[in-house]
Design a protein around this ligand. Structure first.
Ligand code: UDX
Ligand code: UDX
Length: 473
């Protein structure tokens, strides 16, 4: 296998963009072209003053500044960059199917298939194809079949010269910490059969990752490991969220419980923060996939077991709305609630599967007015997620129902009856409770679903405080 000089990545999203940026930064000898069919997205990546990058990640902007148009390029010219590449990463989205067989559970692989067909059509010479997207087990088989059939049916010269090797190299980056996760990974997993191709990919990572952190497996084990890693992580969140409700009922403190159990090395301290439910593009989709695969192999009990992780997650979101209504005298109609945090977690502008979407919709259903602030999520994104247009306040200052987009915490809280904190952005820790309450209508509530509020300070300023997993306040 020749040395890798040119990489093409299909898909300039939350995974493809940051991953390729870090590879470009750590491997100045490799030229990387990130291609996407979405022209707007590519234009945003090429934004000269870096203000409109489509993905927000701490540290990403700096890398783009260093590498863009040196050895990192963003382009819509899919054909050209596939033709020139020694190695192609597939990083396109694989949403849950909305209709047909497996609707609501199986992954829709049409974009993967489309990418494989494009590679089959345009690739020249020896090409290593790397699956980066999270995929159901055995997808590599589909990619292989499409690529190898292109060798049989393509023009004569392709047949003789082309060779494909397929590798699975799942991403384990978490949004909000993507750059750090990529620069200092716990492990890099490479699945495949062709030793030379595995070595070529390994050589890229060895530019900054220690050899003992790079593990190699067969293709299927690699694909399955990714699904299972996400399922286990999601399961931890659902476990601690279920215990948050028990803590509230029994006057215990979920943080203390998490701390006490986490000090047991066998359990570990990470990923034990109770919250409003997990979101993000992966957890739900991957568990649905796992459930689908288990059912497919007749493992009904296993499928049911994992499905419960999702049920608890939905229940957690629903119970929060009920609780807010209950605490506010059983009625929120005509009241204003400030929502702090709309992305599915802090340090990202991604709102996919964000618990805020369900919670905001449920609160709006109860007739209240929402004032929504998130440091990175743009107005249009919230409009599209809620599928309801914002309604401005009328000239007499009356709320007409609906919601408004606020540009700052100060703006958001004006005239509010309550604040609900849904993500743990730094600026939501230790708010200036005194100033904030002076702008609100009394009595005022803070509902803290992320345990970021300084309860004593908030109470001292006059707030009623409800904090997840410790509402014995
Ligand atoms: C997606 C999946 O959600 C995740 O499970 C997987 O691990 C990686 O791919 P993400 O990068 O977050 O993650 O998706 P997204 O931000 O939607 O980016 C995918 C990009 O692929 C989009 O910009 C889309 O335009 C592009 N795409 C899709 C193509 O360029 N060609 C296609 O044929 C299909
Ligand atoms: C996840 C995996 O962590 C990552 O390895 C994989 O590649 C993609 O899926 P991501 O979804 O980006 O990453 O973020 P993550 O940090 O895992 O958080 C997922 C959700 O769980 C968020 O909504 C987060 O707020 C929630 N969460 C996480 C908790 O509620 N409590 C925790 O202790 C941890």
């Amino acid at each position: 296998m020749k040395a890798i000089k040119k990489i093409c990545c299909i898909g300039a999203g939350y995974v493809g963009g940051p991953t390729m940026s870090v590879i470009a930064d750590r491997c100045p000898h490799i030229t990387i072209n990130v291609v996407d069919t979405n022209k707007l997205r590519i234009n945003q990546w090429n934004d000269p003053d870096l203000e409109k990058l489509p993905v927000y990640e701490p540290g990403l902007k700096e890398i783009i500044q260093r590498c863009r148009n040196k050895n990192l390029f963003f382009s819509v010219n899919v054909q050209k960059h596939i033709e020139e590449a020694d190695m192609i990463f597939i990083s396109v989205n694989t949403p849950t199917k909305t209709k047909g067989i497996g609707a609501g559970k199986a992954s829709d692989l049409k974009w993967i298939e489309a990418s494989a067909r494009q590679i089959g059509k345009y690739a020249r010479g020896e090409t290593i194809v790397v699956e980066k997207s999270t995929l159901p087990v055995k997808t590599a088989e589909t990619i292989k079949e499409i690529l190898f059939s292109s060798l049989k049916s393509g023009p004569e010269k392709n047949r003789k010269l082309n060779k494909f090797c397929i590798l699975s190299n799942p991403e384990f980056l978490a949004e909000g910490t993507a750059i750090d996760d990529l620069e200092n990974p716990d492990r890099v997993l490479i699945g495949g059969e062709d030793e030379k191709a595995i070595e070529a990919l390994k050589a890229i990572y060895l530019n900054w990752v220690k050899g003992n952190k790079i593990i190699t497996t067969d293709l299927w084990s690699s694909e399955l490991s990714k699904l299972i890693a996400n399922a286990f992580l999601a399961q931890r969140v659902s476990s601690i969220n279920s215990i948050s409700a028990l803590c509230e009922a029994t006057q215990a403190n979920v943080n203390e419980v998490a701390n006490a159990i986490g000090m047991d090395k066998r359990i570990g301290k990470f990923f034990l923060n109770a919250g409003p439910g997990f979101g993000g593009s992966c957890f739900k989709k991957d568990i649905l996939n796992l459930v689908y695969i288990c059912n497919h192999y007749g493992l009904k009990e296993v499928a049911n077991y994992w499905e419960k992780v999702l049920e608890i997650n939905d229940w957690q979101k629903k119970r929060l709305t009920k609780l807010v209504v209950e605490k506010m005298f059983g009625n929120i109609s005509g009241k204003t609630i400030t929502v702090l945090g709309f992305a599915f977690k802090s340090n990202t502008n991604d709102t996919r599967e964000s618990p805020a979407i369900t919670i905001c919709k449920d609160l709006l259903e109860e007739g209240c007015f929402l004032s929504i602030f998130d440091p990175k999520v743009r107005l249009n994104q919230i409009i599209s997620d809620l599928d309801i247009n914002p309604i401005t306040i009328d000239s007499n200052g009356n709320n007409l129902g609906g919601w408004q987009y606020a540009n700052s915490i100060d703006d958001a809280v004006k005239g509010s009856d309550a604040i609900i904190i849904l993500s743990d952005w730094r600026e939501f820790y230790n708010l200036d409770y005194k100033t904030i309450i002076s702008k609100m209508r009394k009595p005022c509530w803070i509902f803290d679903t992320r345990n970021v509020v300084d309860i004593n300070a908030a109470k001292k300023s006059g707030f009623n405080v409800w904090s997840l997993g410790r509402s014995n306040l």
